[in-house]
Design a binder for this molecule. Structure first.
Ligand code: C2E
Ligand code: MG
Ligand code: MG
Ligand code: MG
Length: 282
């Protein structure tokens, strides 16, 4: 299982992918076709209840395996897709797969909740509200089974159109998470304006939890603040047992990270909760 999940995190990528702008352009022109060809797929990283250590949800993470170039880093093709008009098609593709997966997971974990990353760019139009409602309705998933994750650094707080789109999405009954919480700017402003249901503490605070007294203070006070505001807290990037134990003592609700599971293919996620994993792999 571990071997099967490795290789999905693309740790050994080609660093020249970052600089080569000709490559970026040609990659972008291939993105639509890649989605149609199935080269763009979705990995799932389980989210665990810190107290029970059971799987209660997962985060959908886009993966692109290029036929010649091999795996392309998400931060590269997501960024490129955001700068063009490709992000909508990509997001709907991920949402469709994620909702299907959620239905399958709910056969084993009835309250399973799926998180999908949403580019703030898609909040600039209200179209996304109908699109999300339509996908949920077609698959029969209640909105409470879906969380949309927003990266804090996106310039959201000042844009009233984006905020009203976000309120409309919340109005459907789904959850909203502030991703990478603690990085970027205007943290308190964000908490005040964004109709969030959950914050995800950035892994830069989580990784050194067992060594850094400062990080412990920042994380524990953040958990307390979030709970006072009625928000759930997810710790991302949990890589060590010691960090997970500290998070449990602090009352953190959920955790994700390589210690618990790497992002894995849908079949492997299912096998983690399906008592007859061979049947679903067949
Ligand atoms: P994110 O949403 O903050 O996702 C968490 C990232 O941390 C993922 O990287 C995940 O593989 C990685 N990670 C998880 N556990 C650990 C750990 O224990 N240690 C370390 N070092 N890393 C860990 P990934 O998959 O490369 O994704 C990078 C970013 O790309 C995501 O950050 C998200 O912002 C974006 N992204 C991925 N898929 C989508 C998508 O479908 N739509 C949008 N808009 N953005 C996406
Ligand atoms: Mg995320
Ligand atoms: Mg994150
Ligand atoms: Mg991130």
């Amino acid at each position: 299982e571990q071997a099967a999940s490795e290789g999905i995190d693309w740790k050994c990528h080609d660093p020249s992918q970052l600089e080569d702008s000709a490559w970026r352009l040609s990659m972008l022109s291939q993105l639509n076709a890649a989605i149609d060809a199935g080269d763009l797929w979705v990995a799932y990283q389980p989210k665990y209840d810190v107290a029970t250590r059971m799987i209660v949800g997962a985060e959908a993470l886009a993966r692109w395996t290029h036929p010649d170039k091999g795996p392309i880093r998400p931060d590269i093709f997501i960024g490129a897709a955001e700068q063009s008009n490709r992000i909508e098609k990509l997001t709907l593709h991920v949402l469709e797969d994620a909702v299907t997966t959620t239905i399958a997971m709910r056969a084993h974990v009835p309250d399973f909740v799926m998180a999908v990353n949403l580019s703030a760019k898609l909040l600039e139009s209200t179209r996304i509200v109908e699109q999300v409602r339509d996908i949920l309705a077609r698959h029969g998933l209640p909105a409470s089974g879906l969380i949309l994750e927003l990266t804090e650094t996106a310039a959201l707080g000042s844009d009233s159109q984006s905020l009203s789109t976000l309120h409309a999405l919340r109005g459907l009954g789904l959850g909203v998470a502030i991703d990478d919480y603690g990085t970027g700017m205007s943290t308190l402003d964000y908490l005040k304006r964004v109709p969030a249901t959950e914050i995800k503490i950035d892994r830069s605070f989580v990784q050194s939890l067992d060594g850094q007294e400062n990080d412990r203070l920042l994380v524990s006070s953040t958990i307390q603040l979030a709970h006072l505001l009625g928000l759930k807290v997810v710790a991302e990037g949990v890589e060590r047992r010691e960090a997970l134990d500290i998070l449990q003592r602090m009352g953190c609700d959920l955790a994700q990270g390589y210690l618990l599971s790497h992002p894995v293919a849908k079949q492997i996620l299912l096998a983690k909760v399906d008592p007859t994993p061979l049947r679903s792999a067949a």
